[in-house]
Write a new protein. Structure first.
Length: 135
């Protein structure tokens, strides 16, 4: 062990509560996850992963709300505002269910984040090495 789990968490595949000898077979078959998404991220990924998650979430929401009205067409504006509101609702609803760790939810969350980044005016031009980048 390099550092205590509080910095890097217990890992994605590690159970936070393993089955104990005193548990019945039924209790060992029940879901073994925390129902609070942010707490689950903190437990699994540690402080480093949780701060990265907060940074990505806050920056994406900030960019989405601050630049939706400057997006090109009305369709781009609707897409950017809709994806930003969707991301906010996913984060809010993850207080009751850890959507960020459910395999079926990972692709939609990635698409929402990618749509926010792709439709934010000036995002692609500010990235070095991107096609069409300003020199």
């Amino acid at each position: 062990q390099i550092l205590p789990p509080r910095f890097f968490g217990i890992g994605m595949g590690s159970p936070y509560r393993p089955c104990l000898p005193m548990d019945s077979d039924i209790s060992c078959q029940l879901p073994k996850y925390i129902h609070n998404g942010p707490l689950a991220i903190l437990l699994r990924l540690g402080l480093v992963g949780f701060l990265a998650f907060l940074w990505i979430s806050v920056v994406s929401i900030k960019h989405g709300f601050s630049s939706w009205h400057r997006a090109g067409t009305i369709g781009d504006q609707i897409l950017l505002l809709g994806c930003t509101l969707t991301l906010m609702m996913i984060i809010f609803s993850s207080l009751l269910e850890p959507y960020f760790f459910m395999w079926a939810w990972i692709p939609p969350i990635a698409v929402v984040l990618a749509a926010i980044m792709a439709r934010t005016p000036g995002f692609r031009e500010s990235e070095p090495g991107m096609a069409g980048a300003k020199s």
